[in-house]
Structures are given as structure tokens and as C-alpha cells.
Ligand binder design. Structure first.
Ligand code: FCA
Length: 324
């Protein structure tokens, strides 16, 4: 990109007085078809309606699309953007762009890093407390297995992994550590690396691992999000395992999880850790608005928590969320 042209345009923009009505904020997400990101956008749009700014929602599924989306935002006089990048290592390129154009940048969900894996400084981040949320998933799986009277010896832990993503790795580390603390040996953990973090990617990763360990009677299925765990659970069910022999615990708590939890007959998808897309969508959009409008920079890191959602409590949790 021509740095000079960019910097010149930014100076022009800086000279304008910005009315709330003129404030434009980009919200870029890596997987626009995923329910979680749809929910983030929905909440960000409601913040835009309330505060009177415009939200420019863009799906950016690879590095090229991120860069072209950023150029679009710049051309449309956006004051800043919030991004969940398709690859966190785009961090330095995104930070450079923000520097040159004076657009304000925040990351959401997946923290931007340099090539060395360290967070890019100066970009406020809102993410989930990944390890604690993983711990909740793992500890809840152990408790449910105990309740069902499963023995540790007959149980396998299917760890559907996407370890290149820090938040994914942390979630699963928390979950597996909790199960190890409950007495499960390292040998009970079977890795199934997924190529994509959707249901299909998880299904393709899980099926061969489950088939290769046909002697394992009961499975705990873990993954970084609901789509992943649903993929693993469907793979197990596809191999004729009974729902009662599967404990899948997802992370997210959005529509895809609720669809399973509300089925008349229980499936192998036992629970999800409900996250708050409102805090990730609405709160981030407002934080960005305040940064642009009032010069108030958001805190460097904000981490949100999660709540276990099962067939028993999902209705009351959703009512509580709706009222929040
Ligand atoms: C990551 C995952 C998403 C969602 C989000 C909070 O971006 O890929 O599925 O869990 O964190």
C-alpha cells in the first residue's frame, strides 16, 4: 500500500469534527457464518443504533480479505475497527495499517500476536478467560461421568484440537488439566487435530480417532467451541455409540448448542459453557465508539467469564441473559 497516500488521507480525516452520526466503526470477523460471530454483530449493531454511529460488518476469512477490508474501512472514513482475525499472526500487518491510517484498532476473541507468538502491544483486546472456561468444561465432564457411574479405565477423552490458536489451546489445556486432576491418566487423552474450527472440520478429525480406538466404551468430547464438540459428538453417534455413553461439552452456548440441548431426547452433547456475545459485541463496539468520540482508550485486556449450560438450566440462563 502507498504509505504516503494513506497518511495524507488520515490527516484530512483528522481535521474533521466527528459527530456521533459520522462515526463509522468496522467489525471484522474470521468466520461470518458461525453463530457466535453473527451474535457479536447483532449486539454491535444494537450498540450502533443506540449511540448513533454506523457499524460496518465485514467477514474476512483470510489475510487478503483482511487487508482489503481494512482498505475499504479507510476509504469509507471509518474511525476504528474491531477484529477477530483469521490468523492472529496478521497482528503486525494490522498494527502497521492502524498506525499509518490512525484508525483505532481493537481485537476481540483471538488476540493478535507477532511472529514470535507474543501479543502485539497497543491493541486493546477483549477475550474469554480461556483457561478458566476450559477448566469448567473439564471439571463438569468429570462430574457428569462420575454421576453416570463411568469408570476412568473405560473412558476416553477426545481432545479435538486447534492448537495454533492460543485461546483454543488454553481452553483445552484447562479442560484436560481438570480431568487429569479428577484422576484421568494422560493415556486416556486422544488428540484429534482439526483443520477448521467448524462442525465439519471436527467431524473429519474425530471420526478416524474414534474408529482407531473402537475398544473405548465411553467418550468425553472436548473442543474449543460448540461447533467442534457437536462435530465430535455426531462422529461418535455415527459410529453407533449411544448418547448415554458420550459427554460432549462445548463452549459458546449459542443457537447451535441450544438446538441440541433442547431436543426431546438427550444427545451426546451434554452441555456448553455459555459465553456473552453481548460483552464481545455490544461492549467492544461502545468501547471503540468512546475511544473515537471521547479519546478514552479501552483497557489493554478484558477477559470475560462463562457459565455451564445444560438441558436443566438453559432456559433460565437464557432468560437471565435476555434481561441483562
Ligand atoms: C474463537 C473461536 C470461536 C469463539 C470465540 C469466542 O474465535 O474460534 O468459535 O469461541 O473464540
Amino acid at each position: 500500500m502507498a504509505g504516503g497516500a494513506v497518511a495524507g488521507g488520515a490527516a484530512l480525516l483528522g481535521g474533521c469534527v466527528q459527530n456521533p452520526r459520522d462515526i463509522r466503526i468496522g467489525f471484522l470477523v474470521k468466520q461470518p457464518q458461525e453463530q457466535w460471530f453473527q451474535d457479536e454483530w447483532r449486539f454491535a449493531r444494537s450498540a450502533a443504533r443506540e449511540y448513533g454511529f454506523s457499524l460496518i460488518a465485514i467477514g474476512a476469512e483470510d489475510g487478503d480479505r483482511v487487508l482489503s477490508a481494512l482498505n475499504t474501512l479507510y476509504a469509507r472514513y471509518a474511525g476504528g475497527f474491531i477484529i477477530c482475525a483469521p490468523d492472529p499472526r496478521l497482528g503486525p500487518a494490522i498494527a502497521r495499517f492502524a498506525d499509518q491510517t490512525k484508525l483505532k484498532a481493537m481485537s476481540v476473541d483471538d488476540r493478535l500476536t507477532g511472529a514470535d507468538g507474543r501479543p502485539v502491544p497497543g491493541i486493546p483486546h477483549v477475550g474469554i478467560s480461556a483457561r478458566a472456561i476450559g477448566t469448567l468444561a473439564g471439571a463438569s465432564a468429570a462430574a457428569e461421568a462420575r454421576r453416570r457411574g463411568w469408570t476412568i479405565a473405560e473412558t476416553g477423552i477426545l481432545r479435538i484440537s486447534f492448537d495454533t490458536l492460543e485461546t483454543g489451546r488454553e481452553r483445552l489445556t484447562g479442560a484436560v488439566d481438570a480431568l487429569r486432576a479428577a484422576g484421568y491418566p494422560a493415556a486416556a487423552v486422544f488428540d484429534a487435530p482439526q483443520r477448521t474450527t467448524d462442525t465439519e472440520g471436527a467431524f473429519s478429525a474425530a471420526a478416524p480417532v474414534l474408529t482407531a480406538h473402537g475398544g473405548v466404551d465411553k467418550w468425553i468430547v472436548l473442543g474449543l467451541n460448540d461447533e467442534t464438540v457437536i462435530g465430535g459428538v455426531r462422529a461418535a453417534e455415527g459410529l453407533s455409540m449411544k448418547a448415554a455413553d458420550i459427554i460432549g461439552i462445548g463452549i459458546g452456548g449459542s443457537e447451535v448448542a441450544i438446538a441440541d440441548l433442547s431436543k426431546t431426547r438427550p444427545t451426546g452433547f451434554y452441555a456448553s459453557v455459555l459465553l456473552s456475545p453481548r460483552r464481545h459485541g455490544y461492549d467492544t463496539a461502545i468501547a471503540m465508539y468512546r475511544w473515537i468520540h471521547d479519546g478514552r482508550q479501552p483497557p489493554p485486556v478484558t477477559l470475560t467469564s462463562g457459565t455451564l449450560m445444560t438441558r436443566d438450566n438453559y432456559r433460565s440462563l437464557l432468560v437471565r441473559e435476555a434481561a441483562a
